[in-house]
Ligand binder design. Structure first.
Ligand code: G4P
Length: 194
């Protein structure tokens, strides 16, 4: 998505060769008009798939998911992150690890909000190694809900999460895929839109 790629080039901050800081429009301050365009683009990509619910993970996924949900006219459910291992019977849960933040956590969703009748679009801000996405897949499996596809704002194409998910036959649409990046050389996008 050209608009997002331009924004990343203008305002993104590359740290080393593998962290992209986008606090100024996505992870801390939010550019509402940009996120609205992203929501609209996810709608364009998935509108014919019978989606009745959007699932995301707190916290940064929520804003994007909400924007998309306005176009789909469906509710958003966000998975919560808990530090407690003992999560109880009312919840679906999956263990997860964030490499970027170096933390383990339990991803949890109430059983009230996912069922086998659901056709789910999973939306998140970043896809790196895919840990969060695989925990979401685990939770969806427990619930019997059907995963229709995955929409990601920024995929780090040099990490293997995207490759693994596509190899599973899951429809994965990323609005910007960073092929490589460097503090000096800048950012190269896969299939950059001109
Ligand atoms: P993975 O889930 O794809 O394996 O990624 P990883 O464990 O490395 O990432 C954990 C968290 O860090 C996720 O956010 C992910 O969105 C974020 N992240 C990964 N790479 C980058 C990056 O280059 N830049 C930024 N800004 N974030 C990155 P999270 O823990 O869910 O945090 P949040 O949603 O509360 O912000």
């Amino acid at each position: 998505m050209k608009l997002l790629e331009e924004k990343i080039r203008q305002e993104g901050q590359v740290i080393g060769t593998d962290i992209l800081k986008v606090d100024m429009f996505l992870n801390h301050q939010i550019d509402v008009n940009l996120l609205d365009e992203m929501g609209k683009e996810f709608y364009r990509l998935f509108k014919d798939k019978g989606i009745n619910k959007i699932l995301t993970v707190e916290s940064s996924g929520i804003a994007i998911a909400v924007m998309a949900a306005k176009y789909f006219n469906v509710p958003v459910v966000f998975a919560k992150k808990s530090s407690h291992k003992n999560v109880g019977n009312e919840l679906y849960s999956a263990h997860s690890h964030s490499f970027t933040h170096g933390k383990d956590y339990e991803m949890i969703v109430s059983k009230k909000y996912l069922s086998p009748d659901d056709n789910i679009l999973f939306i998140d801000d970043f896809l790196a190694g895919g840990n969060a996405a695989f925990s979401v897949l685990d939770i969806l499996k427990q619930s019997g809900a059907n995963l229709v596809g995955i929409g990601i704002a920024i995929e780090k194409g040099f990490q293997d999460g995207g490759k693994k998910i596509r190899e599973m036959g899951i429809e994965l649409q990323s609005l910007a895929i960073v092929e490589e990046m460097d503090e000096v050389e800048g950012i190269n996008f896969r299939n950059a839109e001109c």
